[in-house]
Design a protein around this ligand. Structure first.
Ligand code: ATP
Length: 264
């Protein structure tokens, strides 16, 4: 189990029976509620989480058959980058701090906290949370650059991080920033359960899968690529071989089939 510490007291208090068919989902909801009360996520983060849950239902709450293939391309893009960065918002840290740290270690990516509803207090809390999970030199406070053509606070970033990055992994992103990062010439890797979102469409590589599952796959694929000592050319070829629009069509058809199957 990925949650430890006093959070379990909340679960016990919430009296979620272990044999409930939606146990994992209910535990995660309690976890998100807890993250809200700890000032890690914004209220609207709960709504974004709900949208993700709905799409995960359509995916069958498991990684789709091609998930490992797209995760390999994503890992290859990060491993072959000069300055790879993993951008973290509140939901990402609340749901998957450990998985973020592990994926960052496996790929050599720097962690940077970047928020739409930005307060300096929340940035610091999230940095601390990532550090508690083992993250080192996490960026976020005192940004020294801005993403051009983006008016929200998500434009605030670091030269040593997102601003200077050639490859950025943006889990649970909003479409505006994804588009702005792509316009800067960066390779953008998205993790988004919604294959229709603007983020999914504008990213170079979109992993249509649940955040934690996708991060674990990226980490393990990066490890395998490193162990097989793939050359820089092979990594770049692997990264470029993922055809994103085809991947999104495949995800949409997969979800449509799930819907039809459930009706029958
Ligand atoms: P866009 O602006 O790109 O069209 P959006 O308005 O849906 O997308 P947000 O409101 O920021 O953007 O929502 C975040 C996205 O993250 C949603 O598309 C949701 O499906 C997805 N999401 C939420 N939770 C998860 C999760 N645990 N794993 C993967 N994706 C998730």
């Amino acid at each position: 189990m990925f949650y430890d510490g006093p959070f379990w007291a909340t679960i016990v208090a919430a009296r979620i029976p272990k044999d409930h068919p939606r146990y994992a989902s209910l535990v995660t909801r309690e976890h998100m509620k807890d993250a809200l009360s700890r000032g890690l996520i914004h209220d609207t983060g709960l709504i974004a989480h709900g949208r993700g849950e709905a799409f995960d239902y359509l995916l069958g709450e498991a990684s789709p058959p091609w998930a490992r293939r797209v995760a390999r391309s994503a890992a290859a893009a990060l491993l072959s980058a000069k300055q790879p960065v993993l951008s973290c918002n509140g939901n990402v840290v609340a749901l998957a701090a450990k998985e973020c740290v592990a994926a960052a270690k496996a790929t050599g990516a720097r962690l940077e906290v970047n928020l739409f509803h930005r307060t300096e207090d929340r940035v610091r809390r999230l940095v601390r949370e990532l550090e508690k999970a083992g993250g080192k030199h996490v960026l976020g406070p005192n940004p020294d650059a801005r993403i051009p053509n983006l008016s929200s606070d998500r434009a605030k970033c670091h030269k040593d991080g997102i601003f200077g990055a050639d490859v950025v992994l943006v889990p649970l992103e909003d479409g505006d920033r994804c588009e702005a990062l792509a316009k800067m010439g960066k390779t953008v890797i998205a993790i988004d359960l919604n294959p229709l979102s603007r983020t999914a469409v504008h990213a170079s590589i979109t992993i249509v899968d649940e955040l934690r599952r996708a991060l674990l796959l990226i980490g393990s694929e990066a490890q395998t690529l490193k162990e097989t000592t793939a050359s820089a050319t092979r990594l770049q070829r692997l990264a470029a071989s993922w055809k994103n629009q085809q991947g999104l069509t495949r995800a949409r058809l997969f979800m449509a089939r799930q819907l039809r199957a459930r009706r029958a």
